[in-house]
Ligand binder design. Structure first.
Ligand code: ZN
Length: 485
């Protein structure tokens, strides 16, 4: 009965929609093909090798928007129907490897292997699966291709393991036409399931209180996947503290104190396979400050820090909408993340190579100079003092903890300092002559000179629950709309 109702609704829509619908059904089944592979290399080389192909549950993505028109990632998968050579699916994304390859170790030719997955609807016929990767000038080159037979006996068709409970937090409709966000519990023990549920609820309420999510809440489904961890928390290598958890999330990722990522892609995908998803959010059960987000891969935040609400919104901006960091003063592991002389892919930072024209020209506030002469020197002075003190204090905390000592007072001092600094930054930026305007403010993308952000402040720039700048807000809205077509 339900299928019949859907068919009526589709035929009532435009004839264009009907044509696309029938072409999905000619090419795909409503199942998910998960293609796992290894991505190996250093800063100069990369190699891909197929691991395992899976057939999994119902396809979560669109059945009409199968070609990625946003093109925001450093990698691009293109899939062709082998018989007709027709492009039938594409998806752009970033990878953990893509970050690793900008580190000192990768530049010294230390090769590392990362496990990665691509999800696509289950094809009916043989496909040519290709991966393209960008060079430093941003040009895509094909680096891998393989023929995959969907009827092959080598495809793993086991169902999900069944060790994971699925909780629905927000339901708007058919996954094909909605953004399906799936929260994964990390570092929650079997007795902490209720805490996971209340933590997710808190973040979902926050998300739908903020634009552009607030006016688009009916374009989302939100679910949670709960697999109990043996221990609470997560790994904190620089504190000498390790926990047995379901995903293996770790601080100090790429050697950065606050950077919290998961390397065990197979663990993520096996747990996530219990529910349909377009976007993954890993919620880590700890008080410590940290998080991370990689475009079209996943993001992380911690549940109980004073800044968790901010981190929650900021990291989803990276992983869901491909937004860049607009800040430029905090420590990172990257070298030359945005090569000089090329325009960043991200919609919210620019090298301003075509000045005074800027890529967000249509939203520039009338009369605002490009570049915008914001109060950068004063800001830099205030911020660099704080960053130096924070770095020193973090090192002291880590050393004390590694040596088995109590760092409670140092941690309290660090928290006080962070909150005081965030307040000072908010006041400073709110008092700017350019507050609330859209222009091109120098200092963005980990670079003090030569990269520009749209506004003096944004949740991609400074800490605190505040609005996204107009450029980020519009970029997120575009991505939501691309799923809901
Ligand atoms: Zn922004």
């Amino acid at each position: 009965m339900r299928a019949f109702m859907v068919a009526i609704a589709v035929s009532a829509a435009s004839s264009g929609v009907c044509a696309e619908q029938s072409s999905f059904e000619q090419l795909f089944r409503n199942r998910t093909m998960r293609i796992d592979y290894y991505h190996v290399g250093d800063s100069a080389t990369e190699l891909y090798t197929l691991d395992q192909v899976y057939e999994q549950g119902a396809w979560a993505g669109s059945t009409t928007a199968l070609i990625d028109e946003l093109n925001l990632g450093r990698c691009m998968v293109r899939v062709f129907d082998l018989a007709t050579n027709r492009l039938i699916f594409s998806k752009s994304f970033d990878t953990y490897f893509g970050e690793y390859r900008t580190t000192d170790a990768a530049e010294q030719a230390v090769k590392r292997a990362y496990h990665e997955s691509v999800l696509m609807p289950m094809p009916i016929r043989k496909i040519q699966f290709t991966i393209e990767s960008r060079d430093k000038a941003g040009i895509l080159h094909r680096v891998f291709d393989a023929v995959i037979d969907p009827d092959g006996i080598d495809i793993n068709r086991e169902g999900p393991r069944g060790d994971t409970g699925v909780i629905t937090f927000h339901q708007s409709g058919d996954p094909h036409r909605k953004v399906d966000v799936l929260f994964l519990a990390e570092g929650y023990t079997s007795t902490e399931r209720a805490k996971f549920e209340s933590d997710v609820k808190r973040f979902v309420t926050l998300m739908f209180s903020q634009e552009p999510y607030a006016s688009r809440r009916d374009m989302f489904n939100v679910r949670g996947a709960f697999k109990a961890s043996t221990e609470s928390g997560c790994d904190e290598p620089s504190h000498g503290s390790y926990r047995r958890t379901s995903l293996g999330a770790s601080f100090d990722s790429l050697g950065v104190y606050r950077y919290l990522l998961v390397e065990d892609n197979r663990a993520i995908r096996d747990i996530a396979a219990h529910a349909p998803y377009d976007a993954l959010y890993i919620l880590v059960n700890t008080k410590r400050y940290g998080g991370g987000g990689i475009y079209n891969l996943y993001c992380t935040t911690t549940a109980d820090n004073a800044f968790s609400d901010y981190v929650f919104l900021h990291e989803f901006g990276h992983s869901f909408a491909g937004l860049a960091d607009e800040y430029y003063s905090s420590t990172t592991a990257y070298n030359d993340f945005y090569p000089t002389g090329s325009e960043p892919l991200e919609p919210n930072i620019t090298a301003l190579l075509d000045a005074p024209r800027v890529k967000w020209q249509q939203v520039v506030t009338q009369g605002t100079a490009i570049p915008t002469p914001w109060e950068k020197a004063d800001y830099d002075k205030m911020d660099s003092e704080y960053q130096a003190r924070r770095e020193e204090l973090n090192q002291k905390i880590a050393k004390t903890k590694r040596e088995g000592g109590e760092a409670g007072e140092l941690q309290a001092e660090s928290d006080r300092m962070a909150e005081e600094h965030a307040r000072k930054v908010d006041q400073f930026l709110a008092a700017s002559a350019f507050a609330g305007k859209v222009g091109a403010c120098e200092g963005a993308g980990y670079t003090s000179k030569g990269l520009y952000r749209p506004s003096v402040d944004c949740i991609m720039f400074s800490k605190g629950v505040k609005p996204f700048c107009k450029v980020c807000e519009a970029a997120i809205a575009r991505v939501i709309d691309s799923y809901a077509r």
